[in-house]
Ligand binder design. Structure first.
Ligand code: AMP
Length: 190
């Protein structure tokens, strides 16, 4: 059983690296952002409820996010553990995740934090905007998402740091280099 949170600012490469980490650990990668985007693309009820937040770069309200995560974590594929990509992002979500895991007699094994300097982040986000046409990758929304990360998600990292759960990983440079660093971090977890 390995339960890991992968976090870092928008543009740090969470999605790509969460998949590498999850594969290495033999568990699913669960991305709240991917689940929300899929809901929007498929026109589900969840998608309709979250679209405005995604488009403007706001966080989806905790209640809705927590409810979705609770349901996702009850699926059969989570029995050996999972990598959470992009959750928790607020202190409220940290508490809910702790409670959810405690209900099942589990606890978080670590929080891998992808660290990337702000200039490189903005460059990457603008490149992704050009390549993927994500609705939340415009310059104004990017700026807002970075601000929200600082205001609401850095306290999450602080909370995990005081619990000695943080494993920092240098997320700068090319994807294969970061993959190697993530794999080294995985060895500390399993
Ligand atoms: P991401 O793909 O992780 O960058 O997430 C894309 C968007 O989905 C975010 O900008 C938020 O609007 C929403 N989102 C994803 N995860 C969360 C979360 N844990 N709490 C609130 N909103 C979230």
């Amino acid at each position: 059983m390995t339960i890991v949170v992968l976090t870092g600012p928008p543009g740090a490469g969470k999605g790509t690296q969460a998949k590498v980490l999850a594969e290495r650990l033999g568990v699913p990668a669960i991305s709240t952002g991917d689940i929300f985007r899929a809901g929007v693309a498929d026109g589900t009820e969840l998608g309709a409820r979250v679209k405005q937040y995604l488009d403007s770069g706001e966080y989806v309200p905790d209640e809705l996010t927590n409810e979705m995560v609770r349901e996702r974590l009850s699926a059969d594929d989570t029995h050996q553990g999972f990598v959470l990509d992009g959750y928790p992002r607020t202190l409220e979500q940290v508490g809910v995740l702790d409670d959810l895991l405690a209900e099942q007699g589990h606890a978080l094994d670590g929080a891998v934090v992808l660290e990337v300097g702000s200039d490189e982040l903005v460059q990457r986000l603008l490149a992704r905007a050009a390549a993927q046409h994500r609705s939340d990758d415009t310059e104004e929304v990017i700026r807002h998402r970075l601000e929200l990360y600082t205001a609401r998600t850095l306290p999450v990292l602080e909370a995990y740091r005081t619990r000695n759960l943080v494993i920092p990983v240098d997320g700068s440079g090319e994807v294969p280099e970061v993959n190697q660093r993530i794999i080294a971090a995985a060895a500390l977890l399993s």
